[in-house]
Design a protein around this ligand. Structure first.
Ligand SMILES: [Fe+2]
Length: 299
């Protein structure tokens, strides 16, 4: 495949500068969900920013895009995808990338993120965030894919650690070593999902704080904080519960380790009234204020 012919005509120096400039601290945000559209549009609730699921708006026109335009007029927005499949060995889907680029040009998000995972092969999307082996070969592969996506989009992406339920015997490094090296080599930012670290650490029996210590602080641009379902022997990353105390504790440790990082409450199922989620957003804000005095003023 002639990759160069697929790239947009962006001045190389401007692109390099855009890729290396760290996005700003946005404060404390919430995942935008359709159940809350009316309340947000009618009430302008005190939320610093919203994260939107990119694929929900990668359509030509329609009500969701019109709502997003109106919310974007009032709030900063970041785009979060679930189908980039950055680690897949399938050929790049340039139709998907074009749609993603078009949406980013419309929304002008502070950043675009997705997950370190694969979601399918042979044109089939399994709609799940599947784990990869942490090998040097996989690292080379993903670095190249990230660089291509960033060049195509003309902006850096952030990649999120996923919750996992299996590990590969042939992994040659830890997940955090892989993420750190991926970020260093490709220039991508990191979205540190506090709950996913908690879930994976429990499921695989490693120390969540080792993960935290292994991630370079200057590469993290966003936190996800979410709830899960504890099954006793394992945890499933369901995003259908309030954030539990253990995850709040890990969030506190993440604040001490990474400092000022834009934080977002992520709820995808069993979605409560907006006020309940606002209370969790405020809990994150108050914890950050207590741990990092001056954090709010420094925006
Ligand atoms: Fe997440």
């Amino acid at each position: 495949m002639n990759v160069a012919s697929k790239l947009p005509p962006i001045a190389a120096s401007a692109n390099r500068e855009r890729l290396s400039t760290k996005p700003p601290f946005l404060g404390f945000g919430l995942g935008l969900r359709a159940q809350h559209y009316d309340e947000i549009l009618n009430g302008s609730p005190p939320i610093d920013w919203f994260e939107v699921i990119s694929e929900n708006y990668m359509v030509p026109g329609g009500q969701p895009l019109r709502v997003l335009d109106r919310i974007r007029e009032r709030y900063p927005v970041v785009m979060h995808g679930v189908s980039l499949s950055i680690a897949s060995s399938a050929p790049r889907d340039f139709g998907y990338l074009r749609d993603l680029r078009d949406l980013a040009r419309r929304v002008e998000p502070q950043w675009v993120s997705d997950h370190l995972c694969w979601t399918g092969v042979h044109g089939r999307n399994l709609h799940d965030l599947l784990p990869i082996p942490y090998t040097r070969e996989a690292l080379d592969h993903v670095v190249g894919r990230v660089q291509l996506v960033q060049e195509f989009l003309g902006r850096p992406i952030a990649l999120e650690n996923v919750s996992t339920y299996v590990q590969f015997n042939n992994s040659e490094m830890t997940e955090w070593e892989f993420l750190a090296e991926l970020s260093r080599r490709s220039g991508c930012w990191l979205l540190f999902d506090v709950n996913n670290v908690y879930v994976s650490a429990f499921n695989h029996g490693y120390d969540a704080h080792a993960f935290l210590q292994g991630i370079p602080a200057d590469r993290v641009v966003q936190f996800h904080v979410a709830g899960h379902s504890h099954m006793g022997t394992h945890i499933i990353d369901t995003h259908d519960h309030p954030v539990c105390d253990d995850v709040w504790d890990l969030y506190a440790a993440a604040l001490r380790r990474f400092g000022r990082v834009s934080t977002m409450i992520e709820r995808d199922d069993n979605i409560p009234p907006l006020d309940e989620l606002l209370a969790e957003v405020n809990q994150a804000r108050e914890m950050a204020d207590a741990i990092l005095p001056g954090m709010r003023q420094a925006r």
